[in-house]
Design a protein. Structure first.
Lengths: 385, 220
C-alpha cells in the first residue's frame, strides 16, 4: 500500500503570528516537504494545480521535475491535474517528459477544478466540466497509446497526423487516478478505463465517501477489469499530532479556527466527528485511519493533507516526520493484516505496468470496449429471443 | 395511504406567532385531507433547532450533519409542504432562506406548497408574493393560489381562519391529486413526472460511460 502527502499549495497567513510567507518561501517549503517525505519512508508526494491566488502551484511538472532530481524513490503525483482547462496535448507531453526525467516515478490524478473564472481564463466554460473531462481524457489516452493520432472532438483544434513526444517511458503510459467528490460520471469514467478512483474524503462525511467508492467498485467490476474489491481506491486524510491529544488540539486549534475552507464555522471537535480529521496522538491517527477500510474496503493509497491553513514550515516538517516514522509503519502492517490475498496492495506502478507487457489491457485506449460489445450482443440476443 | 405533510417553520421565540400560524395551517390541512377520505401525517421542522447546523453546512461547502440529512430527506419525500416565516426587513428571515438554500435544487419539483408569513403589521403582506412565491417558483414547486399572511391583529379576527380553510382546501386537493399523471387506460407518462431528489445520497443509476463518451471520442 502506498502512503503519501498531498498539498493544495495555498499561501495562507499564520494566524498565530500574522506572518504571510512569500511565494518563494511557500514553493521552497513544499519542496522540503517532498524531500522529507522520501527521507521518512513515505511513498508519494502529490501537488495540486491552481491558476489563481492564494495558490502558487500553477506549474506542477516544473516542480515535480525539480523534486525528481533530488529524490530516488519518491513517486510524484498530482492532486489534481486539471483535465478540463489544460490542453490534453500539453499534459501528454509534460508528464511523459517527467516520466523520462524521473525514471517512471510518475502517476497523476485527474480533476475538473471548481473555480468558475479559471475556465473562461483558459477559454472554457465550467458548465461543460464533465464533457471536457470525458473528451480531454480520452484524447490523452490516445496520445499516450497511439503513435499517430488523428482526432476531431468538440473542444480543441483537430489533430491530423500528430505524434506526441516524447512517447511514454518504455512505451508505458503512467497510471491515472480520477478524483471526484460527488460527480458519479467521474467514478464511472475511472471504472470504464480501469483507472484508479480517489476520493478527497477530508471535507466529507464518511457515508458519502462510502457510496462514491462503492459505485466506482461496482462499475469497475461491470466493465470487466476484476472484482469490485480489486478496484484501485485512494483516499485523502487529514491529521495533526502531538504526544497528547490536548497538546495537539492546543497547537492546531488556531490554525483550524482560521483555515480557509472550514474556519469560522464548526468547532474542531464537531468537524473531527463529521469528517476524517484527526487531531491527537499518533495512536489515534492510526486507529482512525485503519477504520477507513471498514467503509471503503481494502484500498491501495492513503494521502494526508499536512501543510495548509498557514502552518509554519518547521511544524509541518515535524508532522511529516511523525507520520513517516510513527504512523505509517504501523498502518502498513495492519492494513496488510486485514487485506485478503486477492486484493492488490499497491496500485499499478511503472515497474508493474512494464512487467505486465505490451499486450496488457493498460495499453488499450478502451480496455472495456470488448466487454461492452459483449454485453450489447447479449442484450440484442435477448431482445431477439 | 397516508399523505405526508411537512411543516417548515422559522419562528425564533417559543412560543412564536409563526408557529401559532403553522399549527393552525397544519390542523386545517389535516381536516381537509381527512374530509376527502384520506389520512394526513404531519411533521414539523422547527428551523431554530438546526440554525447552527445550517450555518455549518453553509460555511463548509455542504458537509451535512446527520440531523440535516434527515430533514433534507424528509422534505424531498413529502407529499406537500406548509412553510411559514416571520417577516424580517421586508422579506423572509435569513434562517428560512438558509434551509431552502440547503436543499437539493430538485427536492421540491412538482411539490404542492402552501406559503405563509407572520408579521407585526399588515403593511408587510406583499412579502408572500414578492419574496416567497418567486423562491418556490425557482424550486419548481407548485404554490397554492391562496397564501396566508397573519399580522398580529389578524389573530383576533374571523377573516384569518376563513382564509386558512381556503388555503388548506387548495393544498389538500393538490396533495391528493399527486400521482394522477396517468390518464385512465393509458400508461402514465413517466418522463413528464418531476424527478425529486434529496441530494443526500449518491445516485445509484449512473449514466453508462458509452453515453458520456458519445460525440467526444474524437472519431465520430
Amino acid at each position: 500500500m502506498q502512503f503519501g502527502i498531498f498539498s493544495v499549495g495555498d499561501v495562507t497567513t499564520d494566524p498565530t503570528t500574522g506572518r504571510t510567507p512569500s511565494e518563494a518561501e511557500r514553493i521552497s517549503a513544499m519542496t522540503q516537504y517532498a524531500l522529507k517525505a522520501e527521507e521518512v519512508g513515505l511513498d508519494v508526494f502529490a501537488t495540486g494545480e491552481h491558476h489563481n491566488p492564494p495558490f502558487v502551484v500553477s506549474s506542477p511538472t516544473t516542480h515535480l521535475g525539480f523534486i525528481a532530481a533530488q529524490t530516488e524513490k519518491l513517486l510524484l503525483s498530482t492532486s489534481t491535474t486539471l483535465i478540463t482547462t489544460n490542453d490534453p496535448v500539453k499534459i501528454a507531453e509534460d508528464y511523459a517528459f517527467l516520466q523520462h526525467l524521473s525514471g517512471g516515478r510518475v502517476d497523476l490524478m485527474m480533476g475538473r477544478g471548481n473555480t468558475g473564472p479559471v475556465y473562461p481564463w483558459f477559454g472554457k466554460d465550467i458548465r461543460d466540466g464533465i464533457k471536457l473531462a470525458v473528451e480531454n481524457y480520452h484524447l490523452l489516452r490516445k496520445l499516450w497509446r497511439e503513435p499517430v493520432v488523428n482526432w476531431q472532438g468538440q473542444f480543441r483544434t483537430p489533430l491530423q497526423g500528430y505524434t506526441s513526444t516524447p512517447a511514454p517511458l518504455d512505451g508505458t503510459p503512467p497510471f491515472v487516478w480520477h478524483g471526484s467528490i460527488r460527480s458519479t460520471e467521474i467514478a464511472e469514467q475511472a471504472a470504464y478505463y480501469g483507472d484508479g478512483f480517489f476520493h478527497n474524503h477530508i471535507f466529507w462525511n464518511k457515508e458519502h465517501t462510502e457510496q462514491m467508492v462503492r459505485l466506482y467498485r461496482q462499475r469497475f467490476e461491470f466493465y470487466g477489469h476484476g472484482a469490485a474489491d480489486q478496484a484501485y481506491v485512494g483516499l485523502g486524510g487529514q491529521a495533526f499530532m502531538a504526544s497528547t491529544e490536548a497538546e495537539a488540539k492546543r497547537v492546531f486549534r488556531p490554525y483550524f479556527d482560521n483555515a480557509p475552507v472550514y474556519g469560522h464555522g464548526p468547532s474542531l471537535e464537531d468537524f473531527s466527528q463529521m469528517t476524517p480529521l484527526t487531531v491527537g496522538t499518533p495512536e489515534q491517527v492510526i486507529e482512525r485511519t485503519l477504520g477507513f477500510a471498514d467503509y471503503v474496503g481494502d484500498y491501495q493509497r492513503q494521502m494526508f493533507l499536512m501543510d495548509h491553513a498557514g502552518l509554519p514550515t518547521s511544524l509541518v516538517l515535524e508532522q511529516i516526520e511523525m507520520l513517516g516514522t510513527e504512523v505509517v509503519p504501523v498502518l502498513r502492517t495492519e492494513f496488510e493484516r486485514r487485506r485478503p490475498a486477492h486484493v492488490p496492495s499497491d496500485p499499478p506502478t511503472h515497474a508493474s505496468l512494464v512487467a505486465a507487457g505490451p499486450d496488457a489491457p493498460h495499453h488499450l485506449v478502451e480496455p472495456a470496449r470488448a466487454r461492452v460489445e459483449e454485453l450489447q450482443a447479449e442484450q440484442a440476443a435477448q431482445v431477439g429471443a | 395511504m397516508s399523505r405526508r405533510i411537512v411543516v417548515v417553520t422559522a419562528g425564533l421565540t417559543v412560543p412564536s406567532s409563526t408557529r401559532l400560524l403553522a399549527d393552525q395551517l397544519a390542523e386545517a390541512t389535516t381536516a381537509q385531507v381527512t374530509a376527502r377520505g384520506e389520512a394526513a401525517e404531519i411533521d414539523f421542522i422547527e428551523l431554530r433547532e438546526v440554525a447552527g447546523e445550517l450555518a455549518t453546512f453553509m460555511v463548509t461547502g455542504g458537509i451535512p450533519t446527520p440531523r440535516l440529512t434527515e430533514l433534507r430527506e424528509q422534505v424531498a419525500a413529502a407529499d406537500g409542504l406548509i412553510v411559514v416565516t416571520p417577516v424580517f426587513n421586508g422579506s423572509y428571515s435569513g434562517l428560512f432562506k438558509m434551509f431552502f438554500d440547503a436543499l437539493d435544487k430538485d427536492a421540491l419539483a412538482g411539490t404542492p406548497v402552501l406559503i405563509a408569513a407572520a408579521a407585526g403589521s399588515a403593511r408587510h403582506s406583499l412579502v408572500l408574493d414578492h419574496a416567497l412565491r418567486p423562491l418556490f417558483a425557482y424550486l419548481r414547486a407548485v404554490v397554492v393560489p391562496t397564501s396566508i399572511f397573519a399580522a398580529t391583529e389578524d389573530f383576533g379576527s374571523h377573516g384569518l381562519s376563513d382564509r386558512i380553510t381556503r388555503a388548506a382546501a387548495e393544498l389538500a386537493a393538490l396533495v391528493l391529486s399527486q400521482g394522477g399523471y396517468g390518464v385512465g387506460g393509458f400508461a402514465p407518462d413517466l418522463a413528464a413526472r418531476p424527478r425529486r431528489t434529496s441530494g443526500t445520497q449518491v445516485e445509484a443509476d449512473v449514466t453508462p460511460f458509452g453515453d458520456l463518451l458519445r460525440g467526444h471520442s474524437g472519431t465520430d
